[in-house]
Ligand binder design. Sequence first.
Ligand code: DAH
Length: 340
Amino acid sequence: MEQLVNQITALKEEITAWNGGDAETFRIKYLGTKGLVKTIMGEMKNVAAENKKEAGQLLNEFKLFTEAKFEDLKAAAHDSPPATHDAIDLTLPGDNLPLGSRHPISLVKNRIISIFQRLGFAVAEGPEIEDDFHNFSALNLPENHPARDMQDTFYISQNPDWLLRTHTSSVQVREMQKGKLPIRIICPGRVYRNETISARAHCFFHQVEGLYIAENVSFADLKQTLYFFVQEMFGATVKVRFRPSYFPFTEPSAEMDISCLICGGSGCNVCKHTGWVEILGCGMVHPNVLDNCGIDSNKYTGFAFGMGIERITMLKYQIKDLRLFSENDLRFLKQFTSAV
Ligand code: DAH
């Protein structure tokens, strides 16, 4: 009998201090068919006859005690939310997403736009999938014109007349066709060429094209506009020169060089020891182009220019490989945010 009393006392202490798991684990251990309550009940047969009444009361009271503990455990589990891994804490702060940075091409594009906006140029945009007329024919580049060779592009298989524009000059055409004069616009945008990708060429790049059409616009206006642009973009000490060139859509045409930003004009690898680097093409809009777009070429004249944004960016920051712009490497891209 004494042994039974001791056993029950020890078990009660154990149960009071229970932290061995949830209510179900407790039930299996103490109240299940092979549980300790059942086992200790089995001790009855070893109790002497004169003690049986007292032992029965003790065991019964122990059983009730254990069942009460089981009910407590169940109630506690019901009151507190399940501590499972998919519990959601709405008060937790969100995850920090790493911030990207502005792309150097966008930074330089915005800078170019703001310089020309100060001269009264508005921004015009057009589609990247163009038709032959807007990209070539209207610009005095009829079918089989040899200058088309320099601008091989990607054609859309559903319609042989559709192509990815090779320059943003197509936006000039769209603006001229609207017939609202004078026109003073710049056209930034992405353009495409069928080129093998290398450090100096890519199958897509970005251009800013400019167009000014009014009465009495002259080559002097063109020169002064571009001179202002260069000073604002590269600084007051940079020199400018124009070389005669050929574009089907301008006459006369020129290419504009700036003095080398690395050596200041004395000659180095970047300028191939000439002291000059080319930055854009320009000229007076060809009368045929004005006529093709419904503008009276006897009354109006205009100038146009076009530049590659990658080229300007590479010169400004001395970047040697065009492919860096499309590799999405943040270590490269983040270097320019505070620089423009
Ligand atoms: N569209 C020419 C190109 O992509 C660049 C250009 C040259 C544009 C002269 C012009 C211009 O408007 O007058 O190579």
